[in-house]
Design a protein around this ligand. Structure first.
Ligand SMILES: O=C([O-])CC(=O)C(=O)O
Ligand SMILES: [Mg+2]
Length: 588
């Protein structure tokens, strides 16, 4: 309920208490009045407060006289937005709007998804993370650090939301392809959650971005007096795990229904954290599992376009971080679905780290060993300590080349042409983000292969024109997976995010694309919400098969009924009316 607590502080309640009247109409019950209403982003309606609301809510005289509709405000804001020139300034423009008037922010974003996604998300979010201390204005989300982790429960108690269902948490150790970003990684948690709302239908009051500020190893940040994070080196080992333990424990107490999406952890921490908590709290790692699923979906579609199967391919993956190994895992599962044994699947996968191909006679971290080849049975020779990318592509007869290395330009002309020499239609995915870290430009890949390559990238690229033909470049970004995966898991009340749920998300995306855009690898970005709905439905079905759904009443629902349910629960930006409590009115 919405009564002020006894100490007279801000009421301890959600800042967005949606209720329904007897006829089922949604409304908000004011728990603050007057000026404060214009300062709480989830409640503020700008000039859209009606005359009646202004009178009743103590806003008379505090707002410009004209009453606007949400649509009018969206149009007005969009006209302002297009005047802003630089991408980072556009990002700041939108973030400020989000911190001022959240419904308007989402209405604007929803109306211009394709245009604004590169601004709130990759690539511009990469720059926003790097400049985070400079662009920081008002707080958003939960900022845990070595200064307050001992009081994690108290800190979580301060979060003014009562029913958080999805958390994106990062320790900022490997943001996109740009490495350790210290406190600035908060920008990625915020950006991902905007997608959960606009593409995944999760209400903004159900989302919480979290920064786990365990320090940074970047000397330039430590030396910068304007850097807003804690000024010490990163915690490691037991201290690090104790920090994350405290966060998880406090979160479980405050938000027992919340799912945690681990984001942009460096390779070791990514695997350790995922395994340590995945049975404790429903959670998944976006870079390992989300990226894995999205790449599997695109590769399946590319194989379909070639008229071949995944099992016919030989796959080279450049990059053995969280993303690289996650994608390799997903492709291995995909190969096994087509009837291969685990060993046969692994024999078709060739993973390289900075040194070269993973070989069993190299001194490798545990998570890389699964994919190490025995040099004796490799069947091709090489010059150095480990085969280079070119040697591997040639020796292994690669038909697919996937980049998750963060190394700009790693897919040179000779490497791409070597894949083309092995197959008429090479599948080439330079996926590293943001744009500047991409392994190759799609236009180059297409030119080097006479337009025959099937290309997709992680960050957005304009369509390529070549010899009078236009090639749209699909965005193989986990944004096509995590919003639907998370939303489905929320609606099912999943007690765990199983590997099968993630795999099902991949097949759902592949099927959606094959049905709606048979000539493409991924849907266009403006179809993110539609694709996410399909992913969510299939994820719910998988939670039922896996026996992890805690929500009752889903069992008997067929696909059409589940789709109706997901659509009905999809949050859409709308200014709800403020009303006094309805006698006997139930909670939403
Ligand atoms: O954020 C993105 O665009 C995709 C992703 O998870 C990453 O690159 O780390
Ligand atoms: Mg990521």
């Amino acid at each position: 309920m919405t009564t002020a607590n006894t100490e007279g502080r801000l009421p301890v309640t959600t800042h967005y208490d949606v209720r329904r009247d007897a006829e089922g109409h949604r409304y908000l019950e004011p728990f603050v009045k007057g000026f404060d209403l214009t300062r709480i982003p989830l409640l503020n309606k700008g000039t859209a407060f009606t005359h009646e609301e202004r009178e009743k809510l103590g806003l008379d005289g505090l707002i410009a006289p004209q009453v606007d509709s949400l649509n009018t405000l969206v149009d007005r804001l969009y006209r302002d937005y297009v005047q802003v020139q630089k991408p980072l300034d556009k990002h700041v423009f939108l973030r400020h709007l989000q911190d001022r008037n959240e419904v308007l922010f989402y209405a604007l974003l929803a109306a211009h998804v394709e245009e604004m996604l590169p601004i709130v998300y990759t690539p511009t979010v990469g720059q926003a993370v790097q400049e985070f201390s400079k662009i920081y204005r008002v707080p958003r989300g939960l900022m845990l650090s070595t200064d307050n982790i001992e009081r994690a429960e108290q800190a979580l108690g301060n979060v003014p939301l009562n029913d958080v269902r999805i958390i994106v948490a990062t320790d900022s150790s490997a943001i996109l392809g740009i490495g350790d970003q210290g406190f600035g990684g908060m920008g990625i948690s915020i950006g991902k959650l905007s997608l959960y709302v606009v593409a995944g239908g999760v209400g903004p009051d159900k989302t919480l971005p979290v920064e786990l500020d365990v320090g940074t190893n970047r000397q330039d940040l430590l030396d910068d007096p304007d850097y807003l994070g804690v000024h010490h080196k990163r915690l490691t080992g037991d201290e690090y795990l104790a920090f994350v333990d405290r966060f998880v424990e406090a979160t479980r107490k405050r938000y027992p229904k919340a799912i945690i999406q681990w984001e942009d952890f460096s390779r070791d921490a990514a695997f350790t954290v995922l395994e340590r908590y995945r049975k404790v709290v429903p959670s998944f790692n976006d870079d390992i599992q989300g990226t894995g699923a999205v790449v599997l979906a695109g590769v399946l579609n590319a194989c379909r376009l070639k008229g071949e199967r995944l099992r016919d391919q030989r796959i080279v993956l450049h990059g053995a971080g969280a993303g690289g190994i996650g994608v390799t895992d997903a492709l291995r599962r995909g190969l096994m679905r087509e009837g291969l044994s685990d060993e046969e699947a692994r024999s078709r996968l060739f993973v390289l780290d900075q040194t070269g191909l993973l070989l069993s006679d190299r001194n490798l971290e545990a998570y890389k060993r699964t994919y190490a080849h025995d040099p004796a049975s490799l069947g091709f020779s090489y010059a150095g300590r480990a085969p280079s990318l070119l040697e591997t592509v040639q020796g292994a007869g690669a038909t697919i080349l996937v980049g998750l290395s963060g190394v700009s330009g790693a897919f040179s002309e000779d490497v791409v042409k070597a894949v083309h020499a092995n197959t008429a239609q090479p599948i080439v995915f330079p996926l590293s983000n943001p744009t500047a870290n991409c392994e190759a430009l799609p236009g180059d890949v297409l030119r080097w292969t006479d337009g025959e390559a099937l290309v997709s990238t992680g960050s957005p690229f304009a369509p390529v024109e070549l010899n009078g033909k236009t090639y749209p470049i699909g965005q193989g970004n986990n944004a096509f997976i995590f919003p639907g995966l998370g939303f489905g898991a929320i609606l099912a009340g999943a007690r765990e995010i199983t590997d099968e749920m993630v795999l099902e998300a991949a097949y759902a995306l592949a099927d959606y694309t094959a049905r709606t855009h048979p000539d493409r690898l991924y849907p266009p970005v403006d179809e993110l919400p539609a694709a996410s709905i399909e992913v969510a439905v299939r994820v719910i079905q998988q939670t039922l098969r896996d026996g992890v759904a805690q929500e009752k009443g889903l069992d008997g629902l067929d696909e059409a009924a589940l789709t109706d349910l997901v659509r009905a629960k999809f949050w859409v930006p709308k200014y709800l009316p403020f009303r006094a409590p309805a006698p006997g009115g139930g909670q939403a």
